[in-house]
Design a protein around this ligand. Structure first.
Ligand SMILES: [Zn+2]
Length: 360
């Protein structure tokens, strides 16, 4: 299913016996607007998936939560049941679609009063509030916030860093939307775990054919709790990779490679082919004796690889890396290998394996 198909058949898509359908709209990460409906069963599943993920971070049902949301339509759709549910779950909604200085002061006061265990919202909104608090010298690092859940937008490193320092809590990235559901969420070990009981995630090529694990393609989801208004093999427009790795946390839910960094993590071959950074990362990951590494695509003609090696590293690997990189980026590309003792992390504390200065 594609967005144009849903647009064309909006009313036909509703089940004859559907009850209490709520109308939503979304911009989606691809920027394509869509109006659609969600049944109450579906809402329950998505809410349950979210609360399971919050438990991974030490936050449970009943702990106060501040939801910083920017969608006036969703706020307008609040009914009595919604208000009751929010009260029971101690969810406080902060409608952050206006970000004037006075409004920001107000949001900060609200957060101080709520003393939430978790924040939930758009990374841009949370980072903006954090910056404002910092500018005004308001300390928000003493509220006991355990985690900030961010979703619906790409999370930039500078946003993560700002939120983490001002609220003194880790940021947990989520992937999903009102349309596709609660697709995947990060655990404290960093794995993006798929809500596999509810959602079948497939990665497909341009022709819509499923790709094996490890290959980059469009994320297509089937939500099993959507009989009222089905989402079947729904094309999200987002690119991702299914992983067959097992997360260090021990949870059995399968992993989606992080979707974050869709511009910086891509590299471009000399012939213009856009490659996910993983195409290069896999080469280095496969070699014993590579302790850490960083790949920087300086230009279409030059890529630098920094490597911290251990005693197991063999001299012959250098040529192997060069050959494998050239195979992917082009034979005329200069691959420069630098050995170093230490590769610094980003200011956010997160490590970026691939940085490209070439625009895709
Ligand atoms: Zn995990």
């Amino acid at each position: 299913m594609s967005k144009p198909e849903i647009r064309q058949h909006l009313d036909d898509m509703k089940a004859d016996d559907a009850e209490r359908l709520a109308r939503f709209n979304t911009g989606g990460s691809s920027g394509e607007p869509l109006i659609f409906y969600i049944g109450s069963r579906r809402v329950s599943h998505d809410v349950a998936a979210k609360w399971r993920a919050t438990r991974w971070w030490g936050v449970d049902i009943g702990d106060p939560e501040a939801v910083i949301w920017g969608s006036p339509i969703e706020l307008g759709a609040q009914d009595k049941i919604r208000l009751l549910r929010d009260k029971l779950l101690r969810t406080h909604l902060i409608p952050a679609f206006e970000m004037s200085s006075e409004k920001l002061d107000g949001f900060i006061r609200q957060i101080q009063q709520i003393r939430p265990k978790m924040l939930f919202g758009y990374p841009s909104a949370l980072a903006h509030i954090a910056s404002h608090a910092e500018k005004k010298g308001v300390a928000l690092n003493n509220l006991g916030i355990k985690v900030a859940f961010v979703t619906s937008e790409r999370l930039y490193d500078h946003q993560r860093a700002k939120i983490e320092s001002v609220f003194a809590c880790p940021v947990a990235n989520g992937y999903g939307g009102r349309d596709a559901g609660f697709i995947a969420h990060q655990c404290p070990e960093g794995g993006m775990h798929i809500t596999a009981e509810d959602i079948i995630v497939e990665i497909v090529d341009k022709q819509g054919q499923p790709l094996p694990n490890g290959e980059l393609g469009e994320i297509v989801v089937t939500h099993m709790a959507t009989r009222d208004f089905p989402f079947i093999r729904y094309r999200t427009g987002d690119m991702g990779i299914l992983s067959d790795k097992v997360c260090a946390c021990g949870r059995g839910l399968p992993l989606l490679e992080e979707i974050q960094g869709r511009t910086t993590d891509f590299v471009v071959a000399q012939d213009g082919t856009v490659l996910h950074g993983l195409a290069l990362i896999y080469v280095l990951r496969d070699l014993e004796g590579v302790d850490s590494f960083k790949i920087t695509q300086d230009s279409l003609d030059k890529t630098t690889v920094q490597i911290v090696k251990t005693l197991k590293y063999q001299a012959a690997y250098e040529q192997k890396i060069i050959d494998e990189f050239k195979k992917r980026l082009g034979q005329a590309v200069t691959i420069k290998i630098e050995y170093t003792d230490y590769i610094p992390k980003e200011r956010s504390g997160k490590f970026r394996y691939v940085i490209s200065h070439v625009k895709a």
